[in-house]
Design a protein around this ligand. Structure first.
Ligand SMILES: NC(=O)c1ccc[n+]([C@@H]2O[C@H](COP(=O)([O-])OP(=O)(O)OC[C@H]3O[C@@H](n4cnc5c(N)ncnc54)[C@H](OP(=O)(O)O)[C@@H]3O)[C@@H](O)[C@H]2O)c1
Length: 244
């Protein structure tokens, strides 16, 4: 997408905690959209020198606490098993975009998720007391996330579901998505965010061609809405392995 910002979106400092597949992809989309990025991993800023050099002058590496502190909004994109390591104190009062998915083989069994008494983002929100958590970006493979960004009004623009308990935070998330080339579909509160998690109809495959996740294809807002409604609960132990 062009670096021209869309009307109504302003240049933000975006904190990104997690610099893997999704974190580095979002960092590039954000820098390309004219935002500043402060990105962190678990091993320390010095290990991110190559990434920030590739991203250019709009990006710098930091600790997770510094990225949280610096961000006007902050993306948390670490494996779910590590969510308790997120810097809750520095994230209090922030809009936090949570990309987490639950994979028991990677994350261990989590009782509240297995018995459907909580969603992954509700667990993150409990840990991040005082932050406004929005679930987003969890249902798209990072290759597709990089590839499908498109300007507003482009008929091939893709839509992503968002969930949250704070309408202002969801509005902030929607503006950020717009600025990096995506429409947002409000799926409701965090309690409903299981509808976009792995194994559900809106998870990954709507953004693939004939089941091939390496060949991205856009899903529009109407498709996303209808797939969210089609979701049913099932046993997380039966879910597929992580894509990356
Ligand atoms: N891969 C996908 O296409 C995809 C799509 C949608 C959603 N997701 C979900 O998004 C999350 C991230 O996925 P990913 O594929 O990007 O993971 P990934 O490639 O494994 O990267 C994880 C990143 O998190 C960092 N990290 C781990 N613990 C941390 C901590 N305590 N503080 C700061 N950084 C920490 C890691 O840093 P170090 O390397 O230094 O340890 C690494 O940079 C997962 O929940 C995943 O299920 C993934």
């Amino acid at each position: 997408m062009s670096t021209t910002e869309t009307p109504g979106s302003s240049s933000l400092t975006v904190g990104i905690i997690g610099a893997g597949n999704i974190g580095s992809t979002l960092a590039k989309l954000a820098v390309d959209a004219g935002h500043r990025v402060v990105i962190a991993n678990s091993r320390g800023p010095e290990t991110l020198a190559d990434l920030v050099a590739q991203l250019g002058e709009g990006a710098r590496a930091a600790t997770a606490a510094e990225a949280a502190q610096a961000g006007d909004l902050v993306v948390v994109t670490v494996p779910l098993k590590n969510y308790r390591e997120l810097p809750a104190e520095q994230l209090a009062g922030k809009v936090v975009l949570d990309t987490n998915n639950y994979y028991p083989d990677r994350d261990g069994r989590i009782a509240e998720l297995d018995d459907h008494s909580a969603t992954t983002s509700e667990l993150v929100a409990r840990h991040l007391a005082g932050a406004s958590v929005v679930k987003v970006f969890n249902n798209i493979f990072f290759v597709a996330l990089a590839a499908l960004s498109a300007p507003a009004g482009d008929p091939a623009r893709a839509a992503l579901p968002i969930f949250g308990d704070d309408d202002d935070a969801k509005a902030t998330a929607t503006r950020f998505l717009d600025s990096i080339g995506y429409d947002a579909v409000d799926g409701g509160p965090l309690a409903r965010s299981w509808r976009s998690e792995n194994g559900r109809p809106v998870y990954v495959m709507p953004y693939a061609t004939n089941g091939d996740v390496s060949t991205p294809a856009p899903a529009d807002a109407a498709t996303v809405r209808s797939l969210l409604e089609a979701a049913e609960l099932h046993d997380p132990a039966q879910q597929p392995k992580p894509l990356s």
